[in-house]
Design a binder for this molecule. Sequence first.
Ligand code: SIN
Ligand code: CO
Length: 381
Amino acid sequence: MFELNLSEFTQEQFLRDYWQKKPVLIRQGFKNFVDPISADELAGLAMESEVESRLVYKKDGQWQAQFGPFDGYDHLGEQDWSLVVQALDNWSEEAAKMIEPFRFIPHWRLDDLMTSFATKGGSVGPHIDKYDVFICQGSGSRHWRVGNNGDHQEFSAHEVLLHVKPFDAIIDVEVNTGDILYIPPGFPHEGVSLNTSMSFSVGFRTTSTVSLFSGLADHLIDNELGEELIEDPQRSPITQSGEINQSDYQLIKAQLSQLLDNDDVVKQFIGCYMTKAKHELDLMPADEQLTADDISEILTTNSLMRLGGLRAFYFSDTVEQGLCYIDGNEYTFANNIAPAIKLLCDNVEITPEQLNQWYENTDFTQFICEQINAGYWYFAE
Ligand code: SIN
Ligand code: CO
């Protein structure tokens, strides 16, 4: 439905010349683009407590931000405000389809589909993001300015709005329906709506060393791992007892390296960590628990759909050993179904044809039965 057209470059050229390097405007990246959700539907979603949303506007020249859920929007007037909804892919199957053309970048790097509705003059203000984003212009148009990366001064325009001081633009354009603006982390940018408009931002995530180590420490504690003690049975006497000498430093450092060299532990941690959802999932466990036999039958006629926003990954060796990672947890399975597990992790929708060698495999039907009953996968109507 959404076909990405990277205009004059191929995916390889885009990744080589722009990804994480410099911003670029891709005119008509989505040809014949139609908003996958209406402004009214978006406004309705922002009234739900599970949906993460915020309103940004100016009052008496001062930036204001309010977090949802909202009761109504009548107080906002005709212009100069915008409504931002995070993780629309978790709440709208149609909108989630916009992510599919970006699958030439692996899913572990993906964050969510953020949507913004803005009235004329609406903006979230000039700011810098820490992530890569493809801002896809839906209905209406916006004036976008993007500055170069480098030293920029940031300041709090409001308790929750970190803005950036005025910057010179390297991109200064009117962006229209179907145009895509790619912005890497660190480049200041500001979009101001020229009329009533919608935009859809496919955002990516990465992680810092400190977050990885802190996540690893939590993983070790939760799984009672890494409890080995430093041992030193081969000690020689020393004279400077206040020194941590070179060989002892190496001994302590080796304790850390040994853990990082243990691929079983590190892959388990990365699998669980990278599949954790940042935004609430629309989990609706089935009213009636299905059996593996029921599922075997339905798989012959209905496509299997992955819940919007669900993260499910594998490593090429773990999947062959019968291990994969879904929504922050490790799952085990009989390794004969590894190809079917890859189908689940690589695709959002799997057709009956793709599953025709699996629906009679009880290892697979039992595995997917547990997942469907938990609400992670469901059948297309
Ligand atoms: C917006 O769409 O209003 C803001 C998107 C962004 O700057 O990342
Ligand atoms: Co931004």
